[in-house]
Design a binder for this molecule. Structure first.
Ligand code: FAD
Length: 317
């Protein structure tokens, strides 16, 4: 079932969460256990992240550095199908532009279609850590907007090769990312929103937000989206803070602010256990308020940790 139809058919906030595929070399048992621990809260769908190749430099015994291309978390397509089959819950695999050509993306979408996966979250992905700016593959997309356009063409049965005729349309529901506190690379919030609108105008069915700790930032973002004619559902993404040092790490990684009141509480904590409890309580407060304000869905970034996500789900679903 498509996420957009699930949202349209529900008159109250639905629950969903995001997982990462296992690290290369590990099996999927831990991931399945994570889902087993959350399934009682009846998630209506589950997101699964995508990870591009990265460049690593490893020291050789002679002191020289060896450049290696590694993908630390492969398997998004296979694991998405496996979760959907095992738990009977629709899975939304993420698809990134970075590291993939349009042809590879088309083939991945074909695989997803054969595996009966009907939802994707279309993203640009981040640049390589070794590069100051995002660089697309020579035959890849520069922005998520172009990826959305490719998927929309496939919905009509238009594949990349113009010689292919009478093709099966690939009917995907498409989600895209939005940033209540602006994407780090955007010159200003209005320009960021213009590009978000481009993704929606290209055919995206809904938006999932970057994590935030101040609900007012989300409500203002929704208002600003509506004011420029973005009408699709906007799903808030929240992440329970789990470690003390995340009050400095998360702003750097995600270009977000930590509200003073919350930062003050975390800074009083003596260890990670205390910080985790404070983080969970804050996320519960956010979740209760979002549900009271009738958001379509709560998207929880779990990072594979279930105890805090369970507490949040228990408090609101
Ligand atoms: C819900 C969610 C899930 C995510 N999941 C993953 C994941 O699984 N794997 C992963 O690697 N990353 C993931 N990310 C991170 C995401 O890939 C990064 O934030 C990335 O830097 C931007 O992706 P995007 O799709 O928003 O890009 P875009 O929409 O392409 O935007 C990127 C930047 O370019 C600007 N821009 C957009 N269009 C244009 C244009 N046409 N011309 C000029 N500038 C433009 C935007 O304003 C923005 O600053 C996720 C993010 C979110 C919010």
């Amino acid at each position: 079932m498509k996420v957009i139809d699930i949202i349209k058919q529900s008159d109250k906030t639905i629950f969903s969460f995001e997982l990462l595929p296992p690290l290369k070399g590990q099996n999927a048992d831990k991931l399945y256990k994570t889902i087993e621990e959350l399934i009682e809260f009846k998630p209506k769908y589950i997101n699964l992240t995508a990870h591009r190749d990265e460049v690593e430099y490893r020291a050789l015994p002679n002191g020289l550095l060896e450049k290696r291309i590694v993908r630390k978390r492969p398997g998004t397509v296979a694991i998405a199908a496996s979760i959907q089959h095992k738990f009977g819950v629709p899975v939304v695999p993420h698809i990134v532009c970075g590291g993939f050509t349009k042809e590879e993306t088309e083939n991945m979408l074909l695989d997803l279609n054969f595996l009966n996966i009907k939802n994707v979250l279309a993203l640009r992905g981040d640049g390589l850590k070794s590069e100051a700016v995002f660089r697309p593959e020579p035959e890849g997309h520069s922005h998520a907007n172009d990826l959305v356009k490719q998927i929309v063409e496939l919905r009509k049965g238009n594949y990349l090769d113009p010689e292919l005729k009478n093709n099966t349309p690939l009917d995907f529901c498409i989600g895209v990312a939005g940033y209540p506190e602006k994407h780090a690379e955007s010159p200003n919030p209005d320009i960021d929103l213009e590009y978000l609108k481009q993704k929606v105008d290209a055919g995206a069915d809904y938006i999932v937000t970057q994590l935030f700790f101040d609900n007012q930032k989300y409500y203002d973002f929704v208002d600003r989206c509506r004011a420029i004619g973005i009408t699709v559902p906007i799903i808030p993404g929240i992440k329970p803070l789990a470690l003390m040092n995340q009050i400095t790490i998360l702003p750097k990684i995600f270009s977000i602010d930590i509200p003073e009141e919350f930062a003050k509480e975390v800074r009083k904590c003596k260890n990670n256990e205390e910080a985790r409890q404070v983080g969970t309580e804050w996320a519960i407060m956010q979740a209760r308020d979002l549900v009271a304000n009738k958001v379509p869905c709560l998207h929880i970034y779990t990072y594979g940790i279930t105890d805090n996500t369970r507490q949040i789900a228990k408090a609101v679903f």
